[in-house]
Design a binder for this molecule. Structure first.
Ligand SMILES: [Zn+2]
Length: 62
């Protein structure tokens, strides 16, 4: 209870105290992990469907 400076800044990967040199991460390793997640699509990125299974226009021909 000595410091009351905002909330503790933690590494989003491993929750360790972040390093100013690699913020918002704690190390280059965690920065690489985060980058890898982006590259491998592990984040929830909406994917556009290029080929729909059935034509939607048919439903309007009623
Ligand atoms: Zn980390």
């Amino acid at each position: 209870m000595s410091k009351n400076k905002k909330s503790t800044s933690l590494c989003p990967i491993c929750n360790a105290p972040r390093n100013e040199a690699y913020r918002p991460f704690c190390s280059k390793r965690c920065a690489d992990i985060d980058l890898n997640r982006w590259l491998t699509g592990q984040y929830a990125i909406p994917v556009e469907e290029e080929e729909p299974d059935e034509p939607i226009e048919d439903q309007k021909l009623n």
